[in-house]
Design a protein around this ligand. Structure first.
Ligand SMILES: C[S@@+](CC[C@H](N)C(=O)[O-])C[C@H]1O[C@@H](n2cnc3c(N)ncnc32)[C@H](O)[C@@H]1O
Length: 286
């Protein structure tokens, strides 16, 4: 990662990483139990949904138990509510996360049971403790989940394809010199954003707010980029996150392309909002 131009998480980062791997294994086992198509985007989207839903939850308040007690149909309704909220506040996150959200509209009974079983496995493995509030800063949960789901032996997983968190933190704390608000960070093989997480922790540790920085990330893997988009919420990277799906070697100016794509999307959202208001569909969630 290149960089141009407080407070660390409350928990123990090494334990948080182990915990993330454990959740990844449990999620992958639950998803593959009983067979069915691979569709890694679905369990990844389920874990992402629980992560976003639990961002502001208090783990002691029984959120996990409450979700576990929901029927599959109720879980789908909750998931739609969660993403509606994100769409209203940060539509660009939904644009980038879309490849892992297609399942929200598919409520075939067997499929819905499989989704709910996977969510329950993540919750039973303690996902809420890992993704609530500042605890979410301590690990990249979606990286190991995607790595496990992509592993050739996906049913008996022990795989992680991204830079381990402690290595990422060591790398970034050495690489990052003087820091000031407004700096630009860039990773052109961003994966699920692990180096951004580590950089954000260094930034917090120096009393600055990562949300005041600009973050550019590219990757050829659209699911990894989708996970990076959700991670940008979990890690509170702020509004200036610009992600790009593609090969930076084929577009040397990819960050400008990504800026353009993001700006065009926001223009289209504004037009759509005006049309919806004119049609008196103002409550439509966009
Ligand atoms: C080892 S991971 C590193 C991810 C992240 N930077 C980290 O340290 O955790 C390598 C990433 O590079 C991506 N990748 C491989 N070839 C690429 C290319 N030509 N353009 C963009 N991304 C690429 C892969 O999809 C993968 O997510």
């Amino acid at each position: 990662m290149q960089h141009r131009a407080g407070k660390a998480g409350a928990g123990d980062p090494i334990n948080a990483e182990c915990h993330a791997l454990k959740i990844a294994v449990k999620v992958t086992e639950a998803w593959h139990k009983g067979g069915g198509p691979d569709w890694p985007e679905v369990p990844l989207g389920v874990v992402a949904t629980l992560a976003v839903a639990s961002l502001n939850a208090e783990p002691t308040a029984g959120f996990a138990e409450w979700v576990q007690a929901r029927s599959p149909a109720e879980f789908f309704a909750l998931a739609r509510l969660v993403w509606r909220g994100v769409l209203l506040r940060q539509p660009d996150v939904v644009r980038m996360a879309a490849p892992m959200l297609g399942w929200l509209g598919d409520e075939d009974e067997k499929f819905a049971d499989r989704v709910k079983r996977t969510a329950d496995a993540a919750l039973a493995a303690g996902q809420v403790e890992l993704t609530t509030g500042d605890r979410g800063f301590d690990a990249d949960l979606l990286g190991p989940v995607l790595g496990a789901l992509r592993s050739p032996a996906a049913a008996q997983v022990n795989a992680q394809m991204y830079t381990p968190g402690d290595v990422a933190c060591a790398l970034t704390s050495v690489m990052l010199g003087d820091l000031r608000p407004g700096q630009v960070f860039c990773d052109d093989t961003v994966g699920t954003g692990g180096l951004f997480r580590a950089a954000a922790q260094v930034i917090r540790g120096r009393g600055l707010n990562p949300a005041t920085m600009t973050w550019y990330g590219a990757d050829i893997d659209e699911l990894a980029v989708a996970a990076a988009a959700v991670n940008s919420l979990i890690w509170q990277l702020g509004p200036n996150v610009v992600l790009y799906v593609g090969d930076p070697l084929a577009d040397a100016d990819w960050s400008a392309t990504a800026d353009r794509q993001k700006a065009q999307f926001h223009e289209q959202v504004d037009v759509l909002r005006r049309v919806l208001a004119a049609l008196e569909l103002g409550n439509t969630p966009i």
